[in-house]
Write a protein that binds this ligand. Structure first.
Ligand code: MTE
Length: 324
């Protein structure tokens, strides 16, 4: 993965406007909270579900860190989505054209109830939750994002995995016509497409693991992985695969894109771990996007990105230097 070289292209005048914008949004969110509990699941997505539309009936979850939120403009303009180019600013420019309706998700493999679901049917049975998580990229920067989504574990239970389902493999849409980074060449970093990720079944079932459909109370912008992405807060950001079209339940550890591209640099587990450096740079500290200037000292990276209390037991007895 490339290392970032600039903080942002955002002008200070836009940041001032943002404060006004945030105040309005806080008010709207408070209003949504008052009415939200009464709304039935199934009414949760606006019919067109296009980026930026307000999501109704979102319940605030107790899963929220106290850190200052990364401003919306940074979350949605400083992205890694190699299907739209390796540059941080390319996804915000190129992804908005991607069509996110109709959108199908295939559920395959070791489950009693496989199927192909329309995105709206896929999420309809659930009440949306807002969770504020830290996202720590392997490139040593981080953000704090108010995600909106549903716990992956609740979704998985519905498909009834059998005892051979030891892992879940995820895949992103493959469509070079819509995703220019998937065309041959280096625009998308020369990765093997489609982008693939995987979790052990207990990681996938962990209550912290979220399937994201929105952020800041709104439908997910395409550059952030619309219409459906994974959010695994204790792992490096690349595990949080965007624009998912397939979930396959398997017995063997699945191939993952970054491990396949450079196995000595990116492991299957990729838990945030300040004690295990990337071979080319330290993982001990990080820069908070939108807050820390390039000259400020980096802030220390926390074990499991600060979620050790909740997830350390998943790895009890494992040598995390070997299973990085
Ligand atoms: N998913 C797909 N399909 N393609 C990608 O290039 N990049 C990953 C992850 N998910 C990526 C992806 C990386 S490296 C990071 S850090 C996060 O998305 C970034 O998510 P964000 O742009 O919403 O901050």
């Amino acid at each position: 993965m490339l290392i970032i070289k600039k903080t942002s292209d955002i002008k200070s005048s836009e940041i001032t406007d943002k404060e006004v914008f945030l105040q309005r949004r806080r008010f709207l969110r408070a209003a949504a909270l008052v009415t939200g509990g009464a709304l039935a699941p199934g009414l949760i997505l606006p019919s067109s579900a296009s980026a930026g539309e307000k999501l109704a009936g979102v319940r605030k979850s107790a899963y929220r860190v106290d850190d200052k939120l990364t401003p919306y403009e940074y979350v949605t303009s400083y992205n890694n989505f190699y299907e739209f180019g390796t540059d941080k600013s390319s996804p915000a420019k190129l992804a908005p054209k991607m069509k996110t309706r109709p959108w199908k998700i295939a559920v395959e493999g070791e489950v009693n109830k496989p199927g192909v679901y329309d995105i709206d049917d896929f999420i309809k049975p659930y009440v949306l939750e807002e969770r504020v998580y830290r996202l720590r990229c392997v490139e040593a920067w981080s953000m704090v994002v108010p995600w909106v989504g549903i716990p992956l574990g609740d979704v998985i239970k519905r498909f009834e995995p059998n005892s051979r389902a030891k892992y879940v493999a995820f895949e992103t849409l493959y469509d070079p016509e819509q995703m220019p980074g998937q065309e041959p060449g280096l625009f998308g970093g020369g990765l093997d497409w489609p982008y693939q990720e995987g979790l052990r079944i207990d990681e996938a079932m962990h209550p912290l693991t979220l399937l994201g459909v929105g952020l800041y109370g709104e439908v997910l912008p395409n550059q952030n992985g619309a219409p459906l992405r994974l959010v695994v807060p204790w792992k490096y950001g690349f595990k949080s695969i965007k624009s998912i079209v397939k979930m396959r339940f398997v017995e063997q550890q699945p191939v993952t894109t970054w491990n396949n591209a450079a196995s000595s640099e990116y492991g299957f587990y990729s838990n945030v771990n300040p004690e295990v450096d990337h071979p080319r740079w330290s993982q001990k500290a990080e820069r908070r996007i939108g807050e820390d200037s390039w000259f400020a000292p980096k802030r220390p990276t926390l074990m499991f990105n600060g979620y050790a209390e909740q997830v350390a037991s998943l790895y009890a007895g494992m040598d995390l230097k070997k299973y990085y």
